[in-house]
Design a protein around this ligand. Structure first.
Ligand code: FES
Ligand SMILES: [Fe+2]
Length: 448
């Protein structure tokens, strides 16, 4: 449960708000690279953190994301002419380059001299991993891109898509760390083994443990955000076993979600459009090229990547049609009667008493521990930034490279010692952890 004041702090993302400013310290995906298919292509409207923006690619292939409105008389630049290395406003012909410089002001006598003083807001952008990333913070505080290893994998090893969601970012972000919902919301009914997830995990959702024992779990802060450390069963020879997983990368990124296929890893990136809307970038990648079969299933299977209304990024099963719930399916086949996993989530998070839920009306329990932690993490960082303390996470670039970790340690090793080792961001972590905790090299399985 949160006070109305804290709920406001967490959910308001427009310019000048505490959370809006915190998000403006991080690189965020803004749109898919495919939305700007080539030089001088059509400009694309977008909205992020409550700001109306416009993206275009100039004649040389340089990408711009700018204010959506002309600094002259606020005409919509969406209707502009994308020509000869710049976008020209069609109201009176002022022209801007990708850096927002006014390069032509043909409707007035003072144009040649005066244009130097006119600037269209233009944000730094980078095109990586099939997504165009934006930094909307102060010019003097632009950090490097986060060190996610998947930002640089070849295009045949990744797939990115996006969905617009009709709710505040925090509702869909919390869902990523709502650690018990999967075995209810995403389950199929007993005896139904056709769920593709079962063939990957070798288990039926219906049979999975539905309660999480938080006495075996610690939620810890890391240099990139937070993570879950779980005490696993000890080895037969008496070593204690711990895993670090379910990373939360600040400000709003997670690796929650099922594997598409063995070795295909999920990423969910939730970016605030405004207080009541979110854009969800859904990303899958692998250390080997994705097979045609896996890619085909992602694009057309309507399972992990819901089918959208043609020409949009809005799922066909959406709030306006109750997510196409089928009560017969719900009675006999799956838990919700809703076809695919992300839409089952959408149906919950878009309808928690509205797009910006009132968290003073919740009744939280131990299974909500991780999402409570995320709220605190965000609130603390936003509060500190308001007080003049910049967040360090955007600058801890290498920490974003973290993978799931598992270690075996001598029985009785203090938990604090284990946590210290597991959150260490040293690139030589494996060998260092082996040294300091006396783990046999072959005790470390492949990291996921
Ligand atoms: S409003 Fe754009 S040139 Fe006048
Ligand atoms: Fe889910």
């Amino acid at each position: 449960m949160l006070s109305a004041k804290d709920n406001e702090l967490l959910t308001r993302v427009g310019p000048g708000t505490a959370m809006g400013e915190l998000f403006r310290r991080f690189w965020m995906p803004a749109l898919l690279s495919e939305e700007l298919p080539g030089p001088d292509c059509e400009p694309v409207r977008l909205r992020l953190l409550g700001e109306d923006l416009l993206a275009f690619k100039d004649t040389n292939g340089r990408i711009a994301i700018t204010d959506a409105f002309c600094p002259h008389r606020s005409a919509p630049l969406f209707f502009g002419r994308n020509e000869e290395c710049g976008l020209r406003c069609v109201y009176h012909g002022w022209k801007f380059d990708v850096d927002g410089n006014c390069v032509d002001m043909p409707n007035c006598t003072e144009g040649d001299a005066f244009k130097e003083r006119v600037k269209l807001t233009s944000y730094p952008v980078q095109d990586k991993a099939g997504m165009i990333w934006i930094f909307m913070g102060p010019n003097e505080k632009v950090p490097p891109l986060p060190g996610f290893e998947w930002l640089d994998v070849p295009s045949e090893q990744r797939y990115a898509f996006k969905y617009f969601m009709a709710c505040n970012y925090l509702q869909t972000l919390e869902n990523e760390f709502d650690t018990t919902h999967s075995s209810f919301l995403h389950s199929t009914l007993d005896g139904n083994v056709n769920n593709p997830i079962n063939t990957i995990t070798g288990q039926s959702f219906a049979n999975r443990r539905r309660m999480l024992d938080y006495s075996r779990i610690s939620i810890v802060d890391t240099a990139f955000g937070s993570a879950m450390i779980t005490t696993q069963d000890p080895t037969p020879d008496g070593k204690d076993v711990y895993t670090l997983g379910v990373p939360y990368w600040m400000p709003s990124y997670s690796a929650a979600g099922a594997l598409s296929a063995p070795g295909v890893l999920p990423l969910n990136l939730k970016v605030p459009v405004d207080d009541a809307h979110t854009v969800f970038f859904r990303f899958k990648w692998s250390r080997a090229p994705l097979s045609d079969k896996v890619l085909h299933d992602m694009k057309y299977g309507n399972y992990e990547f819901p089918v959208v209304i043609p020409g949009t990024y809005i799922a066909q099963a959406n709030q306006s049609n109750d997510y196409q719930i089928d009560r017969v399916r719900q009675r006999f086949f799956n838990y919700t009667g809703i076809v695919n996993t992300p839409i089952q989530d959408f149906a919950m998070v878009e309808n928690q008493r509205g797009p910006v839920t009132d968290r003073s009306r919740e009744t939280l329990v131990s299974s909500d521990k991780y999402l409570i932690h995320i709220r605190r993490r965000l609130m603390d960082a936003a509060g500190r930034l308001q007080a003049g303390e910049e967040p360090r996470e955007p600058w801890n670039t290498d920490a974003y490279r973290i993978r799931t970790r598992r270690i075996e340690v001598p029985g009785g090793t203090p938990l604090e010692r284990v946590i210290e080792a597991l959150v260490d961001v040293d690139p030589e972590w494996e060998s260092k952890a082996l040294r300091s905790l006396e783990v046999e090299p072959d005790a470390l399985p492949a990291l996921v």
